[in-house]
Write a protein that binds this ligand. Structure first.
Ligand code: PLP
Ligand code: COI
Length: 358
């Protein structure tokens, strides 16, 4: 696409930016620009713009405001040792975005348009890519239905937008293990539902469980399947892996109710390349408790773009409570995290062709 580029006439000064980048937190600091594109049924995708980041002007009857016609992606631009920048598997995000759009009967955005939009934003805001250890520029492409109509039907109009936010680690104090709350009152996704789509509604529906977990002193919620209420699915915003005494790895299979994480898939590949056995098989919460207590299970971790690889130290619930291993990051978790981040930050050879240099 050819973007109509309007540079921000009042960008944040270099000095202010350095201050913000020194301590960005997570998802609260934003860059100077955004990408927008509009879709209408008769004209397709048009009006490609890079412009100063600003508020979106929406009629109060816009479909996204009533029926949650929203999908999004989460990906990062990483600073490389030579000062350059790279994306990680952006076409995988573009593909997942198309799948999410299909599930919500939203407009199809060709993969190349998605990737070019993200690249364009990173290029214009490249000074916002942090260089601190573990920090990166989080990219949030999203699409909303913008038809002004209250009928429940697919929207005829859409806006696709990309914003960017420099981020440090998602959990406070990078590294220490998190405590999970087992959600027994709430499930995240049912068969036939939207669990495999990255739509805002899934996250809205997870927040009561997340709030319950926080009240119980836990950082994240682990959801069980909606049918039998026993199989471990995923966390509110990350996939989950288990590590066993024999060195093998296991992660819940994709079956339509969990998000097909790109980090999950990358770690399966990296694990197998390290010679580890990796199973995509169901694992019940009771078995997890039993195996953690007997020592058959030695480690567990959460993974995702935001979380990267985060060790799980403890699991709590109304009828469960156990410590995983010694409650800290285990050796397999640390090895996998290093293997992944060494590729993402350009410290290791990109054997799988996952980087997309800018
Ligand atoms: N599961 C959920 C519900 C998520 O929101 C995310 C984050 O994007 C993931 C898993 C991990 O996906 P990815 O590794 O592609 O970031
Ligand atoms: C991500 O890792 O990109 C996520 O979407 C997780 C969460 C912050 C929504």
């Amino acid at each position: 696409p050819t973007f109509d580029v309007k540079k921000n006439p009042n960008p944040v000064t270099g000095e202010q930016r350095e201050l913000l980048l020194a301590n960005p937190g997570w998802g609260r600091v934003f860059t100077d620009h955004m990408v927008t594109m509009r879709y209408s049924e008769d004209r397709g995708w048009q009006d490609w713009r890079i412009e100063p980041r600003k508020a979106l002007d929406l009629d109060p009857a816009t479909s996204v405001l009533h029926y949650a016609l929203e999908i999004f992606e989460g990906m990062k631009a990483y600073r490389l040792p030579d000062g350059g920048a790279t994306l990680f598997r952006p076409h995988a995000n573009a593909r997942r975005f198309r799948n999410s759009a299909e599930r919500l009967a939203m407009a199809d955005l060709p993969e190349d348009l998605f990737v070019e939009s993200v690249r364009a934003l990173v290029c214009i805001d490249r000074e916002w890519i942090p260089s601190a250890q573990g920090a990166a520029l989080y990219l949030r492409p999203f699409m909303i239905g913008t038809e002004v109509a209250l009928g429940t039907k697919p929207s005829c109009d859409y806006i696709f937008c990309v914003i960017a936010s420099p981020v440090a680690s998602y959990f406070k104090g990078d590294g220490p293990a998190v405590t999970l709350w087992v959600s027994e009152n709430f499930t995240r996704a049912a068969p036939g539902g939207t669990g495999a789509a990255k739509c805002g509604g899934n996250y809205a529906a997870s927040l009561a469980a997340q709030a319950e977990g926080l009240r119980e002193g836990c950082e994240q919620v682990v959801f069980l399947d909606a049918v039998e209420r026993r199989w471990v699915e995923e966390l509110g915003g990350m996939n989950v892996f288990f590590v066993f005494e024999d060195g093998s790895l296991q992660t819940p299979p994709l079956g339509g109710t969990i998000l097909p994480g790109i980090t999950r898939e990358s770690l399966i590949t990296l694990g197998r390349h390290m010679g580890l056995t990796v199973r995509e098989e169901r694992y019940s919460i009771d078995q997890w408790q039993e195996d953690a207590r007997s020592g058959r299970l030695t480690e567990a971790f959460a993974c995702g773009t935001a979380a990267v690889v985060t060790p799980i130290g403890k699991v709590k619930g109304r009828t469960h409570g156990f410590t995983v291993g010694d409650g800290k990051a285990g050796p397999v978790t640390q090895r996998l995290k290093a293997a992944l981040t060494d590729i993402q930050f350009g410290r290791a050879d990109d054997k799988h062709g996952w980087l997309d240099r800018l």
